[in-house]
Structures are given as structure tokens and as C-alpha cells.
Design a protein around this ligand. Structure first.
Ligand code: NAG
Ligand code: NAG
Ligand code: NAG
Length: 949
């Protein structure tokens, strides 16, 4: 790391810039500014807290919208995704606790009915629905429910139980699962949910559950076997409106609160036909309704069934991380990756068939033994670590940590493989070699998805597989274009075109839903909603009510511990004790799940990339980029390059985005020893964050500091690429990651009136980029930064651990004083005290996740990299799609001395300093670990002497 990148750090550690020297006044001024300039954001905060904003403003005229959705209104979905919503991530239904969704566009396919959220378009392939909403959670049954990024639940589809009540329950014309009046068309659920921020919604066959960020669970719909987990006030029957806890026609059309024993907070839920499930923050599983596995192996009395009960037997004391309820059974995966199943002892045919369906008749348990106590599924699952599960009517689809899919139950059609349905086996077809992260199981179809691609198989009677019609993968007979899909096959539609980040996949009875993000947020209306956001914000600034609500919201965000806006549900990702950090593969096993085959090369990717709807906002932030970029890249080169006259010009193929003092320099220099990797003239030009637009001189990109000069930094690399067409170049500006969240964008952007972030600008300019981020325990990073920047303060004695302690105390006090007076997000954006804020990784990551497909981001941990550098290098080269080095090349790469290793040069920090900083960073680490779905980001493993820094 050379001089330039140090610039904006030094300010904070060296002599304080004047703004910061006069902190109290600065904050007052800043607070005033924040009302004016950040009104747009205040508005978003407001919309989160108040449930839904009032009447929906009309959407941008250029946007194709389904009329009925417009009529339903309420669609002031978030503008720049990742800010307002950043702190609230959703979970897909089927309760995959490990798969949060930062928010994206809803896709639907299958039976053409309002449950799709659209009536227009092709129902045989995944196409966008509810385009004016950004969705963070989705659930599908005969009805659908989604959660928007302002925490509002929308429902659509059936509100009746005409599919059959079962156990003598007569079909009801209005069982209430939509949770609202009106019609089948999409509409927000209000009542007791107003003012709540929902993070997950799940749907049983005739009921719905919604989980708030406070860990509260609400239920509504049919309650014939107590599946609502509560008394349903006033709906015994038409004739008898007294509260009921069960009974043939017991139901509730309004959300009501479910209480777990001992007031445990819920972190995830699932719903089947007669049973509901929830997991608390300690990973304990509860069920209620018609289920024996939480009732000592026998079915509960009907009037007792509604009481949530802890699941016992072999699941007692295990931490459940994924679970789902089907029609006749449920399944749960533990932190160790074991799967347990249980039968809800229903025949699945609602008592309508002459012959009773026996438990496990379809092999849904995947095991032998008592169906009413939890039992482990073994066979082919032995030795596999299952992380994701889905339960269909009577079949199961699960995926392992390394992306393999196993199925059992039902009939062969649903399995995606041959062999017995009574025990698990691996589904193959086009899933072979694909890293599957999501699975779904419908009534008669199955689904799976990698981070980028959807797959389906099974019955296509209702077009649920997503492969379209007359596709050769179908078994087409007698002119029927809806033939079954026997083996997993890629779905069609916009997502299959590439560049999308899949965030969730769920199956209903006759339809399926997915959430996927392209450029972040909802795919059509960014521009429209932004404009409206501003208008509404202006309005908010003038009404005292709204201002009060906004400041209350800001208060709530910072009150917790002065440390983080971590929400309840997020901070419930408690330190997890089950990780064996001494396992031989501990330091490497997080790598493989992040690696995906690269489907499009850079030139092809750029060709297919669809310009952001916010382009008219993005472009003015850096118009020089679009004056230089070519209309297309030369397909002969792996790296994005083009001929400009005689000369080949290239832009980076990859970026190491940060974080400084985490090992970025070491990684870049090792990579540069690869014979196909050509260095830029400046390892870390920090052009995107620091070189201002309009240019004020050479900056790091001579002669003018503009994009033209930036591209010239890769001129030497371009000459080499001309001779080595599969060579690539890249750079490592290590402050790029923490320039997101509105901090830097072609110069400081904290005080600029822009919603464009560096993550968004870079995606728009170089959508194909492959981005690498290294994190390190923020406590060690902060310590390392302290010494690193101190070196440059001349004529002062080297500070000792006591000096460091003093500096840390002062930094924390300054931070706290900021969040007392301002919105937490505002303080992050103002990036002070800089070295302290840089360790709040969770506050920056959402911008990257919202704007980039997950498979173009690789997150590494410095502590793991130091332990297993060679394996990390292999993973990075895979991520970049580069060949593995030969033995002599490896010797050069690994023989290199560790760069910037200065940890031996200073004394250990005092234990009390470490304790103080660990406490400070804990909420941020918890959020990061929740977002990335792994406890490694809690830095619970014993602190080691850090290596490469
Ligand atoms: C911020 O930008 C918007 C849109 O460009 C403009 O309408 C608004 O007046 C600006 N606000 C300030 C404080 O400059
Ligand atoms: C759904 O059913 C409930 C009865 O529980 C009824 O109050 C509500 O109006 C119905 N909603 C719709 C959209 O049909
Ligand atoms: C990139 O992909 C396109 C389309 O498949 C192909 O024509 C081109 O040759 C590829 N370029 C490289 C360098 O692989």
C-alpha cells in the first residue's frame, strides 16, 4: 500500500480535520444538514416504521405495471436498495435460517391465478411479478405471501379451504389466510401488523405466519387443528363468534400473536397443513397443531393442540438451522447437518379418500421407525452436511453444504433420479456439478437453485417446473405441451439470461416463487420510486408528525447499545457454540460454497447486461466513464479490452475491494506471480473512491485524474494481454469496500446529495467484475491500522498499548456521541472515527450484495487465509476462472514473503482494550455472520497472532 491510499485515513488518525476538531458544532450543523439533504433517507426510515406509507404515489409512466397492483397501491418500495432496508434482511420460507435475502424482484410461474402476483406474461417460465415491490421473503401455497423491504406483508390468491378441510373439517369459503379483506389480488396485510417490520412470511395450506424483526410471530387463517397457535378471536362459525383454539370451522382472518413457552423469541417459522413450526434464538424447535413429535410421541388432544411445544426425542438439545413442514410430515436439519423427520399423522387427503393413507406410505420420512417421534434420516445422507430443506406434500428435497441435492418420498417423478423413494438419493440431471443453495418442494414438483440459476423437475401439469412448454426436457405425449420433467432441468426466463442473484426459491401447490436481484431492488421502478421518495420526504419534513416518527425511528435504531442498528432478529444470531474451530477443514470449508462456474465471459456478459433503470442518476456521478468505454469488448480476450486505434485498452477484470489492513496487499502480490495475471501500474489507485469528479488534477490517474487516465493504469497489462489473450488484470484499492454506504464516490460523497453508491457505479461501469473482499477480526484490524498510520507521525515516540487504549476509548466516545444525535446510518456515512467505522463490515456489505450477484463476490477471512494460504489462493484463482499454477509456479507464489506484516513490531494490546473493542464490534459481527450465514464471522475462534496485514 503506497502513499495515496493512506490519504483519507491519515486525516482521522493524524491531526484531526477541522470539522472533527469541532465535533459538537459539527454535529449540530450536520444534524441540520441531515434533515435537509438526507430527507430521502429519513423518509425511508419513516416508511419502515409506520408500516406502509399512505396512498401510493403513482409510479413512473415508463414502467409497465399491472393495473390491479397499481390500484392496490402501497407500493412505495425502497429506493436505493441496501440503505433503508440494509438492516433488515428477509428469510425465504421453509425457514432456511441460513439464507437471508437482502431483497430483490419476485418471480413467479405455474397456475395462472392471482397467487402468481401477476396475470400477465408467460406463466410457464419464471417472470417478474409485483414489479413495484422489492421483496425480502416469499411463501407459496394455494395463496402467496411476500414481505417487502419496508417490512410489509402482501398476500394474494385463495382465501378459502375448498381444497378440503380434512378430519371432518368442512371446506370454508373464507378461511382467512389472506389476513385482510378485499379480493384475491395482491394487497398489504394491515391490522395488528401496522408499524411492525416483518422479516419472514410462511404459508401453510390454509394459514399464514409472519415473523417480525422483534422476534414476534403472528398467525392467521384456518385453525381447525390449532395450527394458529392461539385462540382465534371470534370465528368459531358464522353462528358462534366466540374465540376458538380448534374446531372444524375455527379460523381467524386477522393476524394475532403466537407465544412460545417462556416467551422465547422466534427466529424462523414454517407452516404445513395441520402443523406449524418455529425455532427460537437458541435453535430449539417448537411445533403446534396436529403433531406428536412435540407431545411425547402421541397426538395431542384437539383442544390442547394449539399450544406451542418443544420438540423432544433425538432433537432435544440440538440446534435446528433449517426446517419445513409439508402436508403430511415435517423435517428439520441441525447445525451438524443431520436431518430428522416426523409425521403429522394426517392422511394428506383431508379425509376425502375412501382409503386412509398410512403414515410413511409414500416414504416421506426417509427412514423407518415411529412416525410420531423425530427420527434421523440416514442412508445416503450419512456423512453429508445438510443445510437447506424443503417439504412438499409427501416428498422431501434437501441440499448439502457443498451444494448436492438429495430427495426422497412421493413418487419417482419428484425425485429427479431413479431408485427407491423410501430412502434418500442424490438428484442429478442438470444439477450435476452445480452448487445448489436453495431447494423447494411443491405438491407434485420440485425445484433447486444455485446463486444464479433456477432448476425444476416433476409434474408440469401446472407449469411449475419453469422450463416452459414444448421443451425437449419434457416427456411430451399426444400433443400435450405440459409433459413431465423427469430429471432436474434449467428453468427459462430472464434469470437464466445471467447476471441475477437468486435469493430464495419456494414451491406452492400449483405454482412456485423465487426472489432474485439484478441491480438491487425491484427491477423496473427504481427511478420512479426514488423520485417519489424525495417528494414524500419533502412532505415529511414539513409535517411534525412525520418528523417525530422519523426521529423516533432514528432513536430506536441507535438506542439498543449505542453500538449498532442490529435488529432484534439479527442480534439473535447468538454466539453459536457448536463450531469446532479445530476441525481440519475449518479454515477452508467456507470457500467451496462461494465458488460457481463462470457461465459468461466478460465480453458476453457486458453484451447481455441490461442497463440500470437508475442510469440517469448514476451517469452524472462519473460521465467520463461512459465517454471512454467502448460499445462492446473484444471477444478475443478473457479480460475486458478493446482496440482504440492501434492500441489495446483494458479495464480491470477483478477488484480486491478491501478491507485495508486485512491482507489485501499480500493477496494482490501473490496473485501477480501468476503468469496470466498482469499488475496495474498502481496496485491501489483508489480512483473510484478518491479521485473526484470533476477532476481536480492528476490524482492517481495522470494526466487529468479522469477515467481515461484510470484506464491508462492498465496500459502495461494491456500490452501483455495482447500477447496472452487469456491473461487478466485487476487492482486492489483496499478502501473501496468501506466507501459504500454513501461514504465515497469519486471523492467524498457523505455530504453530497446522491443516492448512488460506489457499489452501484462500479456495477454499472463494469458489470462483469469479480470482486474479492478480505475481512479480519475488526479488533485486530483496528489495532493494526492504529500502528500503521502512526508510523507516519514523525518525531513522536512509538505509542504503547496504553496510548492505544486511550485512543480507542476516545474513538468509541466520539462514535457514541454521533449516534446519540444522529441516525446510525448517518454516522456510518460520515465515517468517523474512520478506523473504528471501517471495522463495521456489516454496515457496508449490503450495498455490495444489493448491487452484485453473489457469485461475483468472494468473501475471505484473513485469519483463515493466514492459516491456509495455498488453499485460499486456489479458491481465488477458481473464482477468477484462471488455471491452477504448476508446481514451480506455486513455489514462486507461496515462497513470497508475507507483505505488510507488521504485527511483530508492536506490543500486544491490553486485555481490557480487547474486551472493550470486542463488545463494541459484537453487534456488527453478529449482523455480518447473519448476512453471510456463517458463525465464522463472529470471530469466536481464539485470537491468534495475526499474520499478513
Ligand atoms: C437533491 O437532489 C434532488 C434531485 O436531484 C433535488 O430535487 C433536491 O433539491 C436536492 N436537494 C438538495 C438539498 O440539494
Ligand atoms: C378472507 O376471509 C376472512 C374471514 O376469515 C374475511 O374476513 C376476509 O374478508 C376474506 N378476504 C378476502 C380477500 O376474501
Ligand atoms: C466469450 O464468449 C463468446 C460467446 O460465447 C465467444 O464467442 C467468445 O469467443 C468468448 N471469448 C473468450 C475469450 O472466451
Amino acid at each position: 500500500m503506497r502513499g495515496h491510499s493512506r490519504r483519507h485515513h491519515q486525516q482521522a488518525q493524524g491531526p484531526r480535520p477541522s470539522l472533527l476538531a469541532h465535533l459538537p458544532q459539527a454535529l449540530v450543523i450536520a444534524a441540520i444538514f441531515s434533515i435537509v439533504i438526507y430527507a430521502g433517507w429519513a423518509y425511508q426510515t419513516l416508511s419502515i416504521r409506520s408500516g406502509h406509507p399512505g396512498p401510493a404515489p403513482s409510479t413512473a409512466p415508463s414502467v409497465r405495471l399491472l393495473k390491479p397492483e397499481q390500484a392496490n397501491g402501497g407500493g412505495v418500495a425502497a429506493a436505493a436498495a441496501g440503505f433503508a432496508v440494509g438492516s433488515r434482511v428477509g428469510r425465504s420460507s421453509g425457514a432456511q435460517l441460513t439464507r437471508p435475502s437482502p431483497g430483490g424482484t419476485l418471480f413467479s410461474w405455474g397456475l395462472k391465478e392471482w397467487r402468481l402476483g401477476r396475470l400477465a406474461g408467460d406463466d410457464s417460465i419464471p417472470e417478474p411479478a409485483l414489479r413495484h415491490l422489492t421483496v425480502i421473503s416469499a411463501a407459496a401455497s394455494r395463496h402467496s405471501a411476500v414481505v417487502t423491504n419496508d417490512g410489509v406483508v402482501w398476500t394474494m390468491g385463495s382465501n378459502d379451504s375448498r381444497g378440503g378441510g380434512g378430519h371432518g373439517s368442512p371446506p370454508l369459503a373464507a378461511s382467512g389466510q389472506l389476513g385482510r379483506g378485499g379480493s384475491k389480488e395482491p394487497g398489504p396485510v394491515e391490522g395488528p401488523l401496522v408499524g411492525k417490520f416483518v422479516v419472514q412470511v410462511v404459508t401453510g395450506r390454509y394459514h399464514t405466519l409472519a415473523l417480525t424483526d422483534q422476534g414476534e410471530l403472528y398467525s392467521w387463517g384456518l385453525n381447525d387443528w390449532g395450527q394458529l397457535g392461539r385462540a382465534a378471536a371470534g370465528a368459531q362459525s358464522e353462528a358462534d363468534p366466540s374465540p376458538c383454539t380448534a374446531g372444524a370451522s375455527c379460523h381467524s382472518g386477522t393476524p394475532g400473536l403466537v407465544s412460545l413457552p417462556g416467551g422465547a423469541r422466534v427466529v424462523g417459522a414454517a407452516a404445513g397443513r395441520y402443523v406449524s413450526m418455529a425455532v427460537d434464538e437458541s435453535g430449539r424447535l417448537y411445533t403446534w397443531g396436529h403433531d406428536g413429535c412435540s407431545n411425547g410421541g402421541k397426538l395431542p388432544e384437539r383442544d390442547q393442540a394449539h399450544k406451542p411445544r418443544l420438540v423432544g426425542g433425538q432433537l432435544a438439545g440440538k440446534r435446528v438451522v433449517a426446517f419445513d413442514a409439508g402436508y403430511v410430515f415435517w423435517l428439520a436439519a441441525t447445525a451438524e447437518g443431520e436431518v430428522y423427520t416426523c409425521n403429522s399423522q394426517d392422511d394428506g387427503y383431508a379425509g376425502t379418500l375412501p382409503k386412509k393413507h398410512q403414515p410413511n406410505e409414500a416414504g416421506e420420512l426417509g427412514r423407518d421407525g415411529d412416525p410420531l417421534v423425530p427420527g434421523r434420516v440416514a442412508g445416503a445422507l450419512t456423512g453429508q452436511k445438510v443445510e437447506v430443506v424443503a417439504a412438499g406434500r409427501e416428498h422431501a428435497v434437501v441440499a448439502t453444504a457443498d451444494g448436492k441435492v438429495f430427495t426422497w418420498g412421493g413418487r419417482e417423478l419428484l425425485l429427479g433420479r431413479t431408485g427407491s423413494a423410501r430412502e434418500p438419493g442424490q438428484a442429478l440431471g442438470e444439477l450435476q456439478g452445480v452448487n445448489i443453495r436453495f431447494v423447494s418442494a411443491g405438491e407434485y414438483h420440485s425445484g433447486a437453485a444455485s446463486e444464479t440459476t433456477l432448476y425444476g423437475w416433476g409434474s408440469n401439469d401446472y407449469l411449475c417446473t419453469g422450463v416452459g412448454k414444448n421443451n425437449p426436457v419434457q416427456k411430451l405425449e399426444g400433443g400435450n405441451d405440459r409433459g413431465d420433467v423427469m430429471l432436474p432441468a434449467k428453468s427459462l426466463g430472464p434469470i437464466s439470461g445471467g447476471g441475477w442473484q437468486v435469493q430464495a426459491l419456494v414451491a406452492g401447490f400449483q405454482h412456485a416463487l423465487a426472489i432474485a436481484a439484478n441491480k438491487g431492488g425491484s427491477w423496473e421502478t427504481q427511478q420512479g420510486t426514488l423520485k417519489e421518495g424525495k417528494t414524500a420526504a419533502a412532505a415529511a419534513a414539513t409535517t411534525t408528525d412525520a418528523a417525530a416518527a422519523a426521529s423516533a425511528a432514528a432513536g430506536a435504531a441507535t438506542a439498543t447499545n449505542g453500538g449498532g442498528a442490529a435488529t432484534a432478529a439479527e442480534s439473535s444470531a447468538k454466539p453459536q457454540q457448536y463450531t469446532d474451530t479445530s476441525a481440519p477443514d475449518y479454515h477452508t470449508r467456507y470457500l467451496a460454497p462461494q465458488l460457481h462456474p463462470i457461465e459468461l465471459n466478460a465480453s458476453e456478459y457486458a453484451k447481455r447486461y441490461r442497463r440500470s433503470d437508475r442510469f440517469n442518476l448514476i451517469e452524472p456521478e462519473s460521465p467520463d466513464i461512459w465517454r471512454v468505454l467502448p460499445p462492446s469488448y473484444d471477444p478475443r480476450f478473457k479480460n475486458p479490452c478493446w482496440m482504440a486505434g492501434e492500441r489495446l485498452r483494458c479495464v480491470p477484470y477483478f477488484h480486491i475491494l478491501g478491507v485495508s489492513k486485512c491482507g489485501t496487499t499480500d493477496l494482490y502480490h501473490r496473485l501477480s506471480k501468476h503468469p496470466q495475471l498482469f499488475e496495474s501500474r498502481n496496485k491501489g489507485p483508489h480512483w473510484w473512491d478518491e479521485c473526484p469528479h470533476p477532476p481536480k488534477g492528476a490524482c492517481t490517474a495522470p494526466p487529468n485524474g479522469d477515467f481515461d487516465g484510470y484506464v491508462d493504469l492498465f496500459a502495461d497489462a494491456a500490452e501483455r494481454i495482447l500477447k496472452t489473450p487469456d491473461g487478466v488484470t485487476g487492482e486492489a484499492s483496499s478502501n473501496t469496500f468501506t466507501s459504500a454506504a454513501g461514504v465515497f464516490l469519486r471523492g467524498p460523497s457523505m455530504d453530497r446529495n446522491t443516492t448512488v453508491t460506489i457499489a452501484e457505479l462500479m456495477r454499472e461501469a463494469s458489470p462483469f467484475l469479480r470482486n474479492i473482499v478480505i475481512f479480519r477480526n475488526p479488533v485486530d484490524r483496528y489495532y493494526s491500522a492504529f500502528y500503521y498510520y502512526r508510523w507516519w507521525v514523525k518525531d513522536e515516540p512509538t505509542p504503547g498499548p496504553e496510548d492505544f487504549h486511550k485512543a480507542a476509548v476516545q474513538d468509541i466516545a466520539e462514535w457514541r456521541s454521533c449516534v446519540e444525535k444522529n441516525d446510525h446510518r448517518w454516522c456510518v456515512r460520515h465515517y468517523h472515527p474512520q478506523q473504528l467505522v471501517k471495522g463495521m463490515y456489516s454496515e457496508f456489505i449490503m450495498d455490495w450484495l444489493a448491487n452484485w450477484p453473489r457469485d461475483q463476490l468472494l468473501f475471505l477471512r484473513n485469519e483463515d487465509y493466514s492459516k491456509k494460504p495455498r488453499e485460499h489462493m486456489e479458491a481465488v484463482l477458481n473464482f477468477l476462472g484462471m488455471r491452477q499454477p504448476t508446481d514451480p509456479e506455486w513455489q514462486t507464489i507461496m515462497g513470497m514473503e508475507t507483505r505488510n506484516k507488521n504485527s511483530d513490531k508492536y506490543k500486544k494490546m491490553l486485555p481490557e482494550t480487547r474486551a472493550m473493542l470486542e463488545e463494541f464490534y459484537q453487534p456488527y459481527n453478529e449482523r455480518l455472520s447473519h448476512i453471510l450465514g456463517e458463525e465464522r464471522w463472529l470471530w469466536r475462534d481464539p485470537p491468534k497472532t495475526p499474520a499478513a496485514a
